[in-house]
Design a protein around this ligand. Sequence first.
Ligand SMILES: Nc1nc2c(ncn2[C@@H]2O[C@H](COP(=O)(O)OP(=O)(O)O)[C@@H](O)[C@H]2O)c(=O)[nH]1
Ligand SMILES: [Mg+2]
Ligand SMILES: [Zn+2]
Length: 336
Amino acid sequence: MAQNKKNQQKFSKEPFRKSKSVKRILTKKSGKIPEDARKGTIYLALGSNYKVKDDETNEFVECILGGTVITPYENINVAAVGDKVHFQSLEQNNQGVILEIRERYSKLSRESVKKTDNEQIIAANIDQILIFMSVADPYYNKGLIDRYLISSEMYDIPTIICFNKIELMDLTLIKEDLQPYQDLGYGLIFISMEERKNLNEIDSKLAGKTTLVTGPSGVGKSTFINYILGEDILAVGKVSAKHMKGKHTTSFVQMFDVNENTRIVDSPGLRELAIWNFDKLELQMYFKDFTGYREECKFIPCTHTHEPGCMVKDAVEEGEIDIERYQSYLSILETL
Ligand SMILES: Nc1nc2c(ncn2[C@@H]2O[C@H](COP(=O)(O)OP(=O)(O)O)[C@@H](O)[C@H]2O)c(=O)[nH]1
Ligand SMILES: [Mg+2]
Ligand SMILES: [Zn+2]
């Protein structure tokens, strides 16, 4: 599937310097863009440094944010991978300054780890999420799948779930176990990177889209992304995010070109996807299997835990809502 290798990101092995302090940036909703400004897309965001690809020349330019940035959004420390920008090159060192962050058609974000009030965008302009799991070694975790799916529902991003390492297990029971996800309309794909099974199927799901890949470590994400890119860009068998935990070098999100109109976003150890800042009553909105029941509960609002006349609990008892999905709901509810 991979083509167009010439402009592959050389910087992936050697992220550029981090600047120590975060500059204060002003924003305004509109303004004049200089005529020599170039259009680009952010491929890597690290601290206040950005790798921007020129949309016309495909050249990568290391950028920082300008002192004033034009953006429809309020919080400006939030330029993110996938953002469409206007930037202007500086004379020296092929560097540039981002002048404008254009409107996003989708985003994934999380609460800032630094506990400021600013939201942190993980990625912007994503067409779909690929939740990557394995059927064994490590065995998939449905509770974790449900957590990832909350982000999908919250940001309304179509999601497919891929299960790797299928050569290790008999799939009959596994497919049965995963039927609830099929019923909910998520696309399920079963592959083996090792035996190169069903890879055409997943190739065709990615074609023409920007896909964010997320999932726990050890499931074969890096192996998969290397295959998609036709190049060994990512280290396989390394628990990349773990060493970095707690340190200032947060694992970074990075976008890669597969071909001219297909991109993949690697989000190592995106546990952060599962951190939310909403209240208990909001959670049910992101369990789309509760729709059609939760509106009919006797008491509104209903948390679907102890309330009498709860239609969600009824539906669980009747087997209309999958009991494990309901249990996921309860266990996430406890964490809020
Ligand atoms: N048995 C088996 N092992 C695989 C398969 N795909 C990847 N692996 C192995 O799983 C381990 C973790 O892979 P890696 O790509 O680093 O996973 P990541 O942590 O999700 O990025 C490595 O030892 C891979 O060689 C597969 O289809 N079958
Ligand atoms: Mg990896
Ligand atoms: Zn209820």
